[in-house]
Every structure is written in structure tokens, then in C-alpha cells.
Design a binder for this molecule. Structure first.
Ligand SMILES: Nc1ncnc2c1ncn2[C@@H]1O[C@H](COP(=O)(O)OP(=O)(O)OP(=O)(O)O)[C@@H](O)[C@H]1O
Ligand SMILES: [Mg+2]
Length: 351
């Protein structure tokens, strides 16, 4: 089903993206591939479809589940859960390895003490065969363990010729910060990676996607409604799928837009809350900056002015620089515009 709201795993359910899947396949023998794109653009779906078609064993790590200050236990749990899903295929590689316990189809990893296994060791053992390590939303690995993980990836990059790392990220600047390919102090400094960027669908493609999906469900949706969906959601497949499902459930087109804006509002509020955990002032600043950007303050001076008015206080230019750099690194804003029009509408409603 084209409108299934879960990430797709099979080509028949994925609209378009043939070129990107070909690119992944053609470059799967390189050590490191990066798939980037804004939220809901189809990174996980494209990755999973490609992995299933390549047919190589893969360890898929979904880092979205990691909290900001995750620890080694959380990280090892992700690896252990993922390895367990392919236990029958990797058992022979991991059997008898120090720090690994195989119990039926579950693979346990010890991170503590002398009998533990490091990620670099784990990669070395997986390297006995061609294996793909797919890390979804890899920017979430930033944090206290980031240098250790980066070092393990850099080690595998140099020595484990059978391993391919495929990383995805929706906060693209943060993902590159994590990798540190431009950071002299990073073990991955200067390493080549193959980059694939997923772009939004054109208007024509969006219409075609919606028509095809509605045809599958036998839902009768007129051209005008399709046009409006396309207009609201600006070619972002996740939103198109989301909107199509709400219509099928019987919501009116205006309601669909409202529901989407509320989902986005919730996501913006979570982001502000994360900033607020660092400091009350930071939380307020991000909220006001997003609100000003939502209202269309699309230059540095307009934004500074708007922010100062909102706070009734002078604000130094370095503070505003910092906020903008972070919003850009999180792929929410580019050149003072929201990358997602639904986020923009949501930002106007922040209170
Ligand atoms: N090319 C496509 N064809 C059909 N459905 C798609 C396509 N791309 C994305 N979708 C749908 O859009 C939604 C988002 O897709 P997916 O989770 O793969 O995107 P993502 O970029 O990984 O999103 P996120 O940034 O939230 O992790 C899902 O419901 C998925 O089924
Ligand atoms: Mg995803």
C-alpha cells in the first residue's frame, strides 16, 4: 500500500526513488554512505527498500530511540536488539567471541568489565562477511559516547573492508557535526563518504503519487482536493501520506491541514522543551525566534528586531547567530525560511 504510514520496506510500496535506490546499490561497496533529507522525506523507507533489495546481511540501528544523554547500556541494547533479528545469520561470526553471549536467537553484548566487547571489536568480527551497518538518524549518537563511536567507525573504515556503513539523518548539519569529516580532531576527518540527498517530490510527482495511492484504496477524491493537499504539503511524502490517510478516514481538507499543523506544533514544542532543559532563557529564545521566523521576519536585522520586541530586552548578535546556526543544523530553517511549510504554520501558533 502506497499510503501505509509506516516506513516502507518493499519497492512496490515506495513511490519513485528509483534513482536513489540505484545509487545506494551502486555504491554499496564503499565504506560510508550518508542519506540525508528533511523530516518525512522518506529516508528510512528508501534505506530499508535498498537494504532488502541488496540482500546482504544488515544490522539496522534506529537511533531515534536514543535519549539526549544516552549511555552505553542504551547503545548496546540497540546493537543487541538489531543483531538478534539476524541472529541465525551472524551467530557463526560471533560465536565464542569475548563479550558476546548467544542464547537461542538473542545476542547479548557485555559493555562492562574485562569480558566486554568494544564496538570496534564487534565490527571486526562482523567483517568476516559482507555486512551493512545501517544507522538511522545517526545525529542522535552525538553526546558523551560520540567520539568512541566515531573512532569505531573510523577503525572499521580503515580495516574492515567487508563492512559498509549507511547513515541517515534528518538534522543534516548535526549529522555532519557528528561525523566530523571536516573537523581536524575527528578520526573521520577527511574521509570520503558517498552522499545521497532526498529531495521533495515535484508538484507533478506529488499529484501522481496521490492519485495512485487513492486509486489503490478506492477512495474517491476529486482533483481539487488533491491540488490542495499538494499545495499544503509542498512535496513532502510523509505529509502527503499523512494527509491522504486523514482524508480517507473522512476528515475534511481544512481539518487535515489543521491536524498536520498540530502534529508539527507538538514537534516544535518538543524542540523548545529540549532547549529549555538546558536553560529557561534558551527555551524562550528558540520559541520567540521560531515565532518571528513563522511570521516572515526573513532577514537578520528583522529577526533581531522581532526577537528584541518579543523579549522586551536587547539581545546580542552572537546569541541570535547561535540560535540560527542551530536551527539550520537541525534542518528546520534555511536562509530564514522554514524548510517545511507546515512547520512554518505551526511556528506562528507557538504561545
Ligand atoms: N517514496 C515514498 N513512497 C511512498 N511512501 C513514502 C515515500 N516516502 C515516504 N513515504 C511515507 O512517508 C512517511 C515518512 O517516510 P519515512 O519514515 O521513510 O521518512 P523519513 O525521512 O525517514 O522520516 P523521519 O525524518 O521522520 O524519520 C511514511 O509514512 C512513509 O511510508
Ligand atoms: Mg526516518
Amino acid at each position: 500500500m502506497l499510503f501505509d504510514e509506516r516506513p516502507k520496506t518493499r519497492r512496490e510500496e515506495l513511490f519513485d526513488r528509483e534513482a536513489e535506490i540505484e545509487e545506494i546499490k551502486n555504491n554499496v561497496n564503499r565504506p560510508l554512505l550518508v542519506i540525508s533529507g528533511i523530516r518525512r522525506i522518506g529516508k528510512t523507507s528508501t534505506l530499508l527498500v535498498a537494504l532488502n533489495e541488496i540482500g546482504r546481511d544488515y544490522v539496522a540501528i534506529d537511533c531515534r530511540k536514543l535519549k539526549e544523554n544516552y549511555g552505553r547500556q542504551d547503545l548496546y541494547n540497540l546493537f543487541s536488539a538489531s543483531l538478534s533479528t539476524i541472529a541465525d545469520k551472524v551467530k557463526d561470526l560471533l560465536k565464542g567471541v569475548r563479550g558476546v553471549t548467544i542464547l537461542g536467537n538473542s545476542i547479548e553484548l557485555r559493555w562492562k568489565g574485562r569480558n566486554s566487547i568494544s564496538l570496534a571489536d564487534l565490527f571486526d568480527h562482523l567483517n568476516e562477511r559482507k555486512v551493512i551497518v545501517a544507522i538511522d538518524e545517526a545525529q542522535k549518537l552525538r553526546g558523551p559516547l560520540s567520539s568512541e563511536i566515531r573512532e569505531a567507525i573510523a577503525h572499521a573504515y580503515d580495516y574492515d573492508r567487508n563492512l559498509t556503513f549507511i547513515l541517515t539523518g534528518s538534522e543534516i548539519g548535526l549529522l555532519y557535526d557528528f561525523l566530523g569529516v571536516e573537523d581536524k580532531d575527528s578520526p573521520l576527518y577527511g574521509r570520503y563518504y558517498y552522499s545521497i540527498t532526498l529531495e521533495r517530490f515535484s508538484k507533478e510527482k506529488s499529484v501522481e503519487f496521490l492519485r495512485k495511492g487513492f486509486a489503490e484504496t478506492n477512495a474517491k477524491v476529486n482533483d481539487e482536493t488533491i491540488e490542495r493537499l499538494v499545495e499544503f504539503f509542498d512535496g513532502i511524502p510523509g505529509w502527503l501520506t499523512f494527509g491522504a490517510n486523514r482524508l480517507i478516514e473522512g476528515k475534511r481538507i481544512e481539518e487535515v491541514r489543521e491536524i498536520a499543523i498540530n502534529v508539527a506544533l507538538n514537534e516544535l514544542e518538543n524542540l523548545i522543551e529540549a532547549k529549555r532543559r538546558a536553560s529557561e532563557i534558551a527555551g524562550r529564545r528558540y520559541k520567540n525566534a521560531l515565532k518571528c521566523l513563522g511570521l516572515g521576519e526573513n532577514s537578520w536585522s528583522k529577526l533581531l528586531n522581532c526577537l528584541q520586541r518579543a523579549e522586551g530586552s536587547t539581545i546580542s548578535s552572537s546569541v541570535l547567530d547561535n540560535v540560527m546556526i542551530n536551527l539550520e543544523k537541525s534542518s528546520i530553517i534555511k536562509d530564514y525560511e522554514f524548510l517545511d511549510p507546515i512547520y512554518r504554520e505551526a511556528a506562528k501558533r507557538l504561545s
